[in-house]
Design a protein around this ligand. Structure first.
Ligand SMILES: [Zn+2]
Length: 281
């Protein structure tokens, strides 16, 4: 509420009345609403006075408005404010504009209802989409969901996962715990998936320089016999990020990468987890 403007109106309005003109009979502004006033007519002057009076009355009442204002005083303020609005409507000659309000309100209600229908429909569509996505995800294999990629950009598959004759000891039923990839020494070894580095260092059981990455959901991968390690324990790593370099450290007969996949702590054949690799070699 702009008190200064009301004050100005209060002081100016009376002086604008031509001398000799009788004062406005009723400052309620009700008459002004029904007439089409022209400039300088008594109706307009009365309207001006009504606004001025309402302003003056408001200026007197407003300072008393506060949280502790008695209910009766609050009612007085709203009644006076209403009178002021009516007078202004009369001043612009808005004859017959009053009924437009209920129509406008009805339109607003209809629009709000339509908007809420649209929102409900959108929510239903989103729910259907989510259900479809959930079904698609459930239908995919765990390997596809993991989305691992080859740890080397160019490699040759050599010794597979499973029972074999040990190339080192000659043992007939050695369990080979990973997939070997032949690659030149120093070739970059990359993370098969994003995750956190769990081990990075010398492996006491033949892995040489070894890195283990935890990908979450019980899935881990290991990278062995490397000539260099480029990550540290606890490091967050992105898929394809450099882990180290191909080497022949630990129990190894030549430069290659021994790559392992753990599911819930159990070593499994890595190849099904690398769907892109089998086609390349
Ligand atoms: Zn191996």
């Amino acid at each position: 509420m702009s008190a200064p403007r009301d004050t100005t109106a209060r002081h100016r309005a009376p002086s604008s009345r031509p001398t000799g003109t009788p004062p406005a009979s009723r400052p309620g502004g009700v008459e002004g609403r029904h007439r089409a006033p022209t400039a300088g007519t008594p109706a307009l002057r009365r309207t001006g006075l009504a606004v001025a009076c309402a302003g003056a009355a408001l200026a007197l009442i407003i300072p008393t408005t506060s949280a502790a204002l008695p209910e009766a005083s609050q009612t007085a303020v709203s009644v006076l404010a209403g009178a002021g609005r009516t007078a202004e409507a009369g001043g612009v000659g808005a004859v017959g504009s009053a009924p437009a309000r209920p129509q406008s309100a009805a339109r607003k209600t209809a629009a709000a209802s339509a908007a809420s229908n649209t929102a409900a429909e959108k929510a239903k569509q989103a729910a259907r989409k989510k259900q479809a996505a959930d079904r698609a995800r459930a239908a995919r294999t765990p390997q596809q969901r993991a989305g691992l990629q080859a740890p080397l950009s160019a490699s040759t598959m050599t010794s597979p996962f499973g029972q074999r004759v040990s190339p080192i000891t000659g043992q007939l039923d050695e369990m080979h715990t990973g997939q070997d990839f032949g690659a030149p020494a120093g070739a970059p070894v990359k993370a098969a998936g994003s995750g956190t580095v769990k081990e990075a260092g010398w492996h006491a059981y033949g892995g040489g320089n070894r890195v283990v990455i935890d990908h979450g959901n019980g899935l881990k991968t290991s990278y062995n016999h490397m000539s260099a390690i480029d990550v540290h324990v606890g490091q967050r790593i992105a898929q394809g990020q450099l882990v180290g370099a191909v080497g022949s450290t630990g129990a190894s007969t030549g430069p290659h990468l021994h790559f392992e996949v753990f599911v819930q702590g159990k070593l499994v054949d890595p190849l099904p987890w690398l769907p892109g690799v089998a086609h390349r070699s």
